[in-house]
Design a protein around this ligand. Structure first.
Ligand code: FUC
Length: 757
């Protein structure tokens, strides 16, 4: 049974969407409201985006690049921005949104208004939503799960008295209903999502025990059944030639298999991932906790509840499993859950922080498989991005900008000038391949999958970089996502030369390529590439400290227009990069800290994801107290009743970023060392975490008491030489593949006294 920190639970049905509970199989998603008279199941299919692929390259882009650069270098900002807006932004500008698939509405007959003993929960240990209530002597139960194993959503309705289930259910997609039909025991909706868009099918199959079940019109009608299972399938032409056939096949197979077997296989498949990691913070796991919404409001009132952090952490892992599985699309701005036809920011894939943040917990949280959809997207970005690199920038390799969509669009998207002219999205995302390799140490993955994309991302940058007046290689035109600077003349600008984040991404990417070449070995072609990389690396701008004592966000020490801006892009080098660590670059780390404090003093951290990044930064700076303070603020200010992250509105990156940050407070593994409890706050004096992963192919279990490490059990899956750090001391170990060692705080003390140990 799920303990208090492994379930979200409530004593009322959801009234609004952000109270409903999410289930997902990667491709399919649903929000379960749990109504008694009426159940609303809001459905999603990850490839249901509006509109088809569009050729949007601006025909004037290639010609204008040199002129825009010259204007920028000459400090003629306004002209440069105007030219960039007209000649570089795509034609047309905006991508189609990710949309809702529609609702399955179940209208019950004979359900009471005065039901009792109502509970609604999401059990994270099984990945199942469970609803129960009483009508007089009869207890009704409902379960909902999204099975990755069987490719269906299953809803099971039971009661402990026979013949008590009667309802009518139908599918709608208001105001864009497709064609709806009843087919005996199945209803379906088929349609097309915009001109040239995917064609889709959503279908619901009913299996009833007792009573009768049939379709009338496009309704599923059930009378006096003992129990009922609804299977839901959905598909689009993005992956299936015939979505209707795909749905019917999945429904047929699931119905033939039966609910118990579908449930069993779902739990097995889900637990294999979810069960790899456990987290206990304090002893709150055992004590009774009020419903999640009440728990949250007590927390907001200042009541300590460390179990809520572990719940939030495990929920983040749950959400990643539910929205990102091999074969699905990556988790978008809302994971896979979206009830709208016009969601904020099109619910797209944002490449200037948001998609990357979604995947920060994947490796450390022991869900490496869930990272795969990003790699599939990268394959398609690479394909499309070659044309963008060549035609817009006259460069080799591939480029993608600040956002992309179902079709892996790589042109400049939109016209919001602080964001769009930013050709670094592909390079940043490509680094995820490198991280996947570093955690798993699978050389074949590096050779076949990661390296070719890393290389093409780097080739683009090698060609795109230009020399500035100081002889450095800088990006131009570009910007520091999504910030604005002010010149001494009072003029403001976004477009610029050499924003710090770009140089830091280039540094990380070139370094990754050089290390990959080192691992994989070199032929003649690679020798040329290696020389290019080494040459360019030496000429990239280094992180610099500005007049305010913080890291400079731009190549010039410009004044910031909005000093509390939500993006803190120039701290990429601190996280997710590792160019700056407090131990290796204390002065730059101190400047990074000054930057953070500056942002915070001016109202920073006001969006959920920004706060999540701030926790990460503090964890990298080794401050458990600051990490804790901002984690507390994240939960107090930036989550909805169902613990969905709040931008506002709902945006899932805060869940994923927050989850990764909790993990990094306990374990870090960059810059060649594995740090145990690097940012443990005083508020968590005792605890236990198992199954976290570290770079270098290790799985780490940690236990601590009274603020001190009692035991770390390390299993090296890859084998290698490791440098472990704890409380300022280090232990060096060579481990064979499969070897397991245990370290305690005392080992580090001894190591300090006797460096040979
Ligand atoms: C970036 C952020 C916004 C929002 C959007 C989806 O542009 O600046 O805050 O998260 O992505």
């Amino acid at each position: 049974m799920a303990n208090n920190n492994e379930k979200l639970w409530y004593t009322e049905p959801a009234r609004q969407w952000v109270e409903a509970l999410p289930i997902g199989s990667g491709k399919l998603g649903a929000m379960i409201f749990g109504g008694v008279q009426e159940e609303r199941i809001q459905l999603n299919e990850d490839s249901l985006w509006y509109g088809g692929p569009v050729e949007r390259r601006n025909p004037d882009s290639g010609e204008s690049l040199a002129a825009i650069r010259s204007l920028l270098f000459a400090g003629r900002l306004e002209e440069a921005e105007r030219m960039a807006k007209t000649a570089l932004t795509s034609t047309p500008k905006h991508i189609g949104p990710y949309q809702t698939l529609g609702d399955l509405n179940i209208a019950f007959r004979g359900m009471p208004l005065d039901y009792a003993a109502y509970t609604r929960e999401l059990d994270l240990t099984e990945g199942i939503v469970k609803i129960g209530y009483n009508d007089g002597d009869v207890r009704y139960l409902r379960e909902a799960l999204a099975s990755h194993a069987d490719g269906v959503i299953a809803i099971r309705l039971t009661a402990d008295a026979p013949g008590t289930l009667s309802f009518d259910a139908n599918l709608i997609r208001r105001p864009f209903d497709g064609e709806t039909r009843g087919l005996g025991h199945t209803v379906c909706m088929t349609g097309q999502c915009g001109p040239d868009g995917v064609r889709y099918c959503a279908a619901v199959r009913i299996v009833a025990e007792g009573g009768s079940a049939k379709t009338v019109g496009d309704y599923l009608c059930v009378d006096a059944a003992d129990s009922v299972t609804l299977y839901i399938a959905a598909a689009t032409t993005f992956r299936s030639e015939d979505p209707y056939e795909a749905c019917m096949g999945a429904l047929e197979a699931a119905a033939a298999k039966g609910y118990e077997a579908v449930r069993r296989d779902h739990v097995r498949d889900y637990v294999e991932l979810f069960g790899r990691v456990s987290l206990e913070l304090g002893s709150a796991n055992e004590s009774e906790q009020p419903p999640t919404n009440e728990r949250l409001s007590r927390f907001r009132d200042g009541e300590a509840d460390h179990g809520l952090f572990s719940l939030f952490f495990q929920y983040g892992r749950y959400l990643l499993i539910a929205s990102s599985r091999p074969g699905s699309l990556p988790a978008n701005l809302q994971g896979v859950w979206n009830e709208s036809h016009m969601p904020p920011w099109e619910s797209d894939f944002h490449l200037n922080i948001n998609l990357q943040m979604n995947y920060w917990p994947a490796e450390i949280g022991n869900l490496a498989e869930c990272h795969e959809p990003v790699f599939d997207l990268l394959d398609r970005l690479r394909e499309n991005g070659r044309a963008t690199a060549k035609e817009v920038y006259g460069a080799r390799g591939f480029a993608a900008h600040h956002a992309t969509d179902l079709w892996a669009e790589t042109n400049v998207i939109g016209l919001y000038m602080p964001a769009v002219i930013w050709p670094m999205g592909g390079a940043w995302l490509a680094l995820h391949l490198w991280e996947h390799y570093r955690y798993g140490m699978d050389k074949e993955f590096l050779r076949a999958r990661a390296y070719p994309t890393l290389k093409e991302a780097a080739l683009f940058l090698l060609d795109f970089l230009v020399e500035d007046a100081r002889g450095r290689l800088v990006t131009a035109p570009s910007l520091s996502p999504e910030n604005t600077y002010r010149l001494p003349s009072g003029q403001t600008g976004r477009l610029c030369v050499g924003p710090s984040m770009d140089s830091q991404i280039a540094f990380a990417l070139f370094t990754a390529c050089l290390e990959a070449i080192h691992v994989l070995g070199m032929d003649e072609e690679e020798a040329v590439f290696e020389a290019e990389l080494t040459g360019a690396l030496a000429r990239l701008p280094e992180p610099e400290v500005g007049r305010n004592g913080g890291l400079m966000e731009w190549a010039e020490d410009y004044e910031e227009v909005e000093p509390g801006h939500r993006h803190i892009s120039h701290l990429f080098a601190l996280h997710p990069g590792e160019q700056i660590t407090p131990r290796h670059e204390p002065a730059l780390a101190a400047a990074a800290e000054a930057t953070l404090l500056g942002r915070l003093a001016n109202g920073g951290g006001h969006t959920g994801w920004s706060r999540a990044w701030i926790i990460q930064f503090w964890a990298r700076l080794g401050s458990g107290e600051q990490s804790f303070e901002h984690l507390t603020a994240l939960l107090a200010k930036s989550v909805h009743p169902n613990l969905f992250g709040d931008h506002p509105p709902f945006q899932i990156d805060a869940n994923f970023g927050g989850t990764a940050a909790v993990a990094e407070m306990l374990l870090q593994s960059h810059r060649g060392e594995i740090a145990l409890l690097p940012a443990l706050p005083q508020a968590w004096p005792s605890g236990k975490a198992t199954g976290l992963r570290a770079r270098g192919g290790c799985v780490v279990d940690l236990e601590w008491r009274d603020g001190e490490l009692t035991e770390a059990v390390i299993r090296s899956e890859a084998g290698g030489d490791y440098r472990f750090r704890y409380a300022g001391e280090e232990v060096l170990l060579s481990l064979a593949a499969g070897e397991r060692v245990s370290l305690t705080a005392a080992d580090f003390v001894h190591a300090a006294a006797n460096p040979q140990v």
